[in-house]
Write a protein that binds this ligand. Structure first.
Ligand SMILES: Nc1nc2c(c(=O)[nH]1)N[C@H]1C(S)=C(S)[C@@H](COP(=O)(O)O)O[C@H]1N2
Ligand SMILES: [Mo]
Length: 200
């Protein structure tokens, strides 16, 4: 097949690739700053607290009883790999916020993992169908290395915003930078604007 080489990996001309990114194909690198926790689903819970009307905690079962949704699309790591056409399943952050009820002064979110990893986001970047709390990848349970049982997914921003082993979203009336953000990475991290480092 003469055309075979043109449909393989690492095409740089794919319009789905933001500037400076390459297509990692079937590879999915693991990037973890901490020791990977071994969390059973029964041990996991998800809390939404801070500036909300009704601070709420969901168990694994309770989270699965919420309306579920899937994300189909692309993810982009600041270390330049992207994965195109992936599928994650879980619940949208909108569903959690519908229950918890953001108060008028809430402008930002701090996501926290069971390990203590944190990352900050404007509230507008996790609402309106842009962010999920996910437990499947490609229809299979999310592996612990990739943040299972449950991770945050904010695919329109660099992947460090997608906190693995997420257990808490805290709504705030100010921006409070997280782990990588205080260590020189950009506060927002839009891959299409190449917001990699502070000042980009
Ligand atoms: N808890 C936690 N979440 C995290 C990280 C981490 O070190 N710890 N790394 C971030 C970074 S830099 C990236 S690129 C992605 C990597 O996710 P992956 O290991 O599933 O590829 O997770 C993000 N979420
Ligand atoms: Mo990353």
């Amino acid at each position: 097949m003469a055309t075979r080489g043109f449909i393989g990996r690492k095409r740089s001309g794919d319009p789905r690739l933001p500037p400076g990114q390459y297509d990692a194909g079937d590879d999915w690198p693991v990037l973890t700053a901490e020791v990977t926790p071994n969390l059973r689903p029964e041990q996991w819970s998800m809390s939404v607290d801070g500036l909300v009307e009704t601070p709420t905690t969901w168990s694994w079962e309770e989270a699965h009883a919420l309306p579920q949704s899937e994300f189909h699309g692309d993810i982009h790591c600041v270390t330049t790999w992207s994965k195109l056409g992936v599928t994650f399943g879980g619940v949208s952050v909108d569903e959690l916020l519908t229950v918890a009820g953001p108060r008028p002064g809430a402008t930002h979110v701090l996501a926290t993992s069971t390990t203590g990893y944190t990352t900050n986001l404007p509230l507008a970047d996790v609402t309106g169908g842009k962010a999920w709390v996910v437990w499947t990848f490609g229809g299979q349970p999310l592996s612990s290395g990739h943040g299972g049982p449950v991770r945050l997914l904010v695919p329109h921003l660099y992947f460090w915003k997608s906190a693995k082993w997420v257990t808490r979203l805290t709504l705030l009336d100010h921006d409070q930078r997280g782990f990588w953000e205080v260590n020189g990475y950009h506060d927002r991290g839009d891959p299409w604007l190449e917001q990699r480092y502070t000042g980009d």
